[in-house]
Design a protein around this ligand. Sequence first.
Ligand SMILES: *[C@@H]1O[C@H](CO)[C@@H](O)[C@H](O)[C@H]1NC(C)=O
Ligand SMILES: *[C@@H]1O[C@H](CO)[C@@H](O)[C@H](O)[C@H]1NC(C)=O
Length: 253
Amino acid sequence: MCSFRDQETLDTMLRLIVIGLLFTICFGFKQGRIVDGNPTEITEHPYQVSLESEGYHFCGGSIISPDWVVTAAHCVTEGHSISVVDPSTLQVRAGSSYSGEGGSVHQVSKIIVHPEYAVSNDIAVLKVSPPFVFNDTVKPIPMATVSPSGGATAVVTGWGNGQYQLQELDVGIIDKRICNMQLFFINNSMLCAKALRLFKGPCSGDSGGPLVSNGKLVGVASFVIGSCAAGFPDVYADVAYLRNWVESVTGVA
Ligand SMILES: *[C@@H]1O[C@H](CO)[C@@H](O)[C@H](O)[C@H]1NC(C)=O
Ligand SMILES: *[C@@H]1O[C@H](CO)[C@@H](O)[C@H](O)[C@H]1NC(C)=O
């Protein structure tokens, strides 16, 4: 049996391994798809948008007002130095169930990344021009005011690379303390969730996309541990915790 000291060493090693992976995943990939999700329609998730660069989908996002989209900071930054990408290279496609076609395309005019974004606080807002015109396929979603509790159900949506039709997946929220026993680094700016069935999960092309519970935006897809659907909880930015920052820079409450 391990002595306490050995256990401590083991914990530290695990911590380092996990944090190593985390950086690989967080900064390394922007491709992939929801693993084994179900096809869905934009009318079911009219707040979902696709972020495009040179006409290709690379991340998801959520409409919160006629002018603003919430996404993940890691979708709009480059490298470990965290330089923000040039907004003129990014467009937002709204109102389409399909990647790369349909709906309306809006130029990104401004990108604001959370000033304390490291691995935590993985959130950014994008201003679009022209503004969205709301209808059955294009609608804002309210941001949650309270973090969902462990056991709550939620749905994550996205296209990922190569996925033509929008996919959805049901997940369960994992209590932060319980999640931290597995992942060690979970902080208030993060939310854990896990697919309700094995071998299912979001993947990095779904990054920045919405996690919705009870009609509210509760999370922004942030990162997976190891590979997609590997059985670990997936991590999201916690919208209820970060909404004060979003409001302070966009005026959207
Ligand atoms: C709703 O808006 C989208 C995106 O702007 C557009 O493509 C679609 O035609 C609109 N639908 C209706 C019914 O006007
Ligand atoms: C957790 O949050 C605090 C405060 O925002 C930050 O200083 C710390 O680095 C975060 N921890 C991790 C592991 O991201």
